[in-house]
Design a protein around this ligand. Structure first.
Ligand SMILES: CC(C)(COP(=O)(O)OP(=O)(O)OC[C@H]1O[C@@H](n2cnc3c(N)ncnc32)[C@H](O)[C@@H]1OP(=O)(O)O)[C@@H](O)C(=O)NCCC(=O)NCCS
Length: 316
């Protein structure tokens, strides 16, 4: 529902007087954001976080964001996850737009403000979104803004499974950070892997196709478990040497290992391989029958956008 306020949303630093309204707005969005103790809100407003608010035109608050640079004492497991892996980042701890103002550009405006006022302008903005319980609107929102999944974690003590997302200001895709947690190593398949690849790709002479480079397969392996994931790329059939597009023929992660970021790492590696071949797009045929919310959320956070019957990644 659109609410009549004059002009585009504008954000300002929050003051102590804003805290009750911010807390009310925060708590209206549980469980997509968590509750914080009063002392944390106070530390935020006193400078631990960059706490920004947008007025609703009626004396209240329509939206707020809280963001922290590295090196703060904030005791969030998700903040700590990024802190262990990234030297430079701005952690977007939370963004909430009041229900009456959603789908009207306030979230997008909030992120414009976050990027424009970032203390380290070159640093990626990092955040997490709940996968379990799912927050599909936020996954779609962040995917549309160019955020990409760089890992997944189960938050200690809460049981929530969250997608760890990042977006660089220049739009360059942040490499996956999931390695240390998913325990998998990635390598290119050789002709000796033809049997494993053939389990996921329907083509004649897989060994020959792997040997000649017509088919490129990336394998994820875990010690003691062998191959646990695969992404297979081939040039578009009609394309030949001048093809602009690689087709993602297969993307598969062993069912018991899903949700740990292995799929995101395989997509990131496939994207790098396609780019190294000079291709401009990666496309995957995803029939209606398999377009579940989970598949669509994975696509959105891994850079795919719908393109007719296919999903497409544009390689900038
Ligand atoms: C996620 C949230 C911040 C988005 O704010 P918003 O003001 O509604 O977002 P915008 O209007 O700027 O949306 C920008 C784009 O994001 C996408 N988007 C936003 N909400 C969406 C939804 N519910 N479903 C699908 N796409 C959505 C759309 O592409 C949208 O563009 P469009 O409206 O032109 O199609 C808001 O839904 C919210 O506060 N949710 C509750 C708290 C929360 O989940 N916070 C995030 C925790 S990770």
């Amino acid at each position: 529902m659109a609410v009549d306020v004059s002009g585009a949303p504008s954000f300002r630093d929050a003051t102590r007087a804003d805290i009750p309204a911010i807390v009310a707005l925060n708590d209206s969005a549980l469980p997509h954001v968590n509750e914080l103790p009063p002392a944390t809100w106070l530390r935020f407003v006193e400078g631990e976080a960059r706490l920004r608010v947008a007025a609703d035109g009626a004396g209240g608050i329509a939206a707020f964001t809280a963001a922290l640079p590295p090196g703060r004492a904030y005791g969030s497991h998700n903040y700590a996850w990024f802190q262990r892996r990234m030297a430079r980042f701005l952690y977007l701890d939370r963004i909430v737009v009041a229900a009456a103002f959603r789908r009207d550009g306030w979230g997008r405006a909030a992120y414009r403000d976050v990027f424009a006022s970032a203390p380290d302008p070159g640093a990626p903005v990092a955040c997490e979104v709940n996968l379990d319980p799912p927050n599909d609107p936020s996954l779609a929102f962040h995917g549309g803004l160019g955020f990409r999944e760089v890992g997944v974690q189960v938050v200690p003590g809460s049981g929530k499974r969250v997608a760890m997302l990042a977006r660089r200001p220049d739009g360059v895709v942040e490499p996956s950070l999931a390695g240390p947690d998913d325990g998998a190593t990635l390598r290119r398949a050789t002709p000796a892997d033809a049997e494993a690849v053939a389990a996921h790709v329907a083509a004649a002479d897989i060994a020959g196709a792997l040997a000649s480079g017509r088919l490129l397969a990336l394998l994820a392996e875990r010690a003691g478990e062998g191959i646990v994931g695969i992404a297979a790329l081939a040039d578009e059939a009609s394309g030949g040497a001048g093809a602009e597009c690689c087709i993602l023929e297969a993307l598969h992660v062993a069912p018991g290992l899903r949700g740990r970021g292995i799929g995101a790492r395989l997509v990131a590696a496939a994207r790098r391989e396609a780019k190294a071949r000079g291709r401009r797009r990666v496309e995957a045929a995803i029939p209606d029958g398999v377009r579940s919310p989970a598949v669509l959320a994975f696509c959105a956070t891994n850079g795919f956008a719908p393109a007719g019957q296919r999903m497409r990644i544009e390689l900038a």
